[in-house]
Design a protein around this ligand. Sequence first.
Ligand code: AMP
Ligand code: ZN
Length: 477
Amino acid sequence: MENNVKLYNTLTRKIETFIPNEDGKVGMYTCGPTVYHFAHIGNLRSYIMEDVLEKTLRFYGYDVKRVMNITDVGHLASDGDTGEDKMLKGAKREHKTVMEIAAQYTEAFKNDCAALNIKWPDYVEPATNCIDEFIHMIEVLIEKDYAYLAGGNVYFDTSKLKNYYVFSSGMESAELFEGVRDDVSVDDNKKNKNDFVLWFTKSKFEDQALKWDSPWGVGYPGWHIECSCISMKHLGEYMDIHCGGVDNIFPHHTNEIAQSESYLGHKWCNYWFHVQHLNDRSGKMSKSKGNILTVSVLKENGYDPLAYRFFCLQSHYRKPLEFSYDALDNATTGFNKLLKRIHDTDNNGEVDKAVFDEFRNKFLEAIINDINTGNALTVLYDVLKADTNGCTKRALIDEFDKVLSLDLIKKADALKDEGDTSDVNDELKAFVEGKIAERAEAKKNKDFAKADAIRDELLARGVVIKDTREGVQWQIQ
Ligand code: AMP
Ligand code: ZN
């Protein structure tokens, strides 16, 4: 293969040619969810784009091993080691144990991933599985003098590193990074402002549910240690790609690098892949702000989760993406039109190998160029327009879908002919029927403005309704 995969590396702030540590193999790590609540569609934007990255690497021919943690202990409300324990917060909210909350939201996350065609990573490890590994790494860090005990807790000493702010361009000062934090309280035990907790024993939480014995007393781990230990457990001392949302750059990934490289004594991970945020009008979608939308909410509102995946693929992962229902409506209309065009493509002829190779290469070139999903989708539309037989087109679409994962052929084949709504997903059907009933009620009450508004609302979703003698009929535009 002459063309190499090119990725933007947050560490060097450049698009680089990707060269794995071992020929043909990629070790990839993803920061997993904190399972105290549902993942919101912002979190899932990150997981969708990381899924596309993994599938691109496989499409290129790499043998990929992907690892993800599940944060079920130690993540406090603030990244500066202060505030409430997020898991405890979830447990209190729902009057359940921390482990029940973890199991419930891990399951919910799994279902969301399935609905969005996000492949479940090869190894998924909850933090509470690896306490012995955490203790071992912390012991080594203390032995090497990178960590200290203060006020009962163990801290990483960031002043021991020449370059703690690895993601800084040098133009930005440490204060800028410090400013990222949303907490204002200061932990007096810390020797330096950005030192971070490796192990808590002097818990702020009398009712901390999960505690383990350790050489420093009964306690629980800080947040960052889990990703270093879990990745090394499965991927060894050298990792190729580490992923997460941009909010993970500081302090989480900065701290992961600090502790991992101090522990190992050498460079740990070569490429850092960060997905920009999904925002809404009020700013970054975040669990703590409460402005969250989930896959279940999208489904309740009649949206196909894969239309949301399509929406994400339309823009580049390094650009912030603004979510609105209008934008999702447009994406849904685009997605349905695409499916219709595939539906209308016959399956005649035999695969034309030359054409197949030509377009496969074009698609590959687009997607390996820093995961340019927008350009990759353009190649898909070019295939539909191409002067070749239907069989070749469908074979190419099926091939591209190994990366896009939009169930294109399956959904297109399930489409029935014009006016037949039996193919429409159950969520949309329930939504439309609910709206039609609401409209009938509005008309009965002579509230015609409301009835018209409902008709327009449905139209914006690509649903056309017709009043006939037999009752209201509807179809997808
Ligand atoms: P958390 O469950 O908070 O640990 O977050 C899980 C993943 O979602 C992390 O990789 C975060 O960086 C990422 N993330 C959080 N908020 C957003 C957002 N609004 N848009 C995209 N990714 C996000
Ligand atoms: Zn992490």
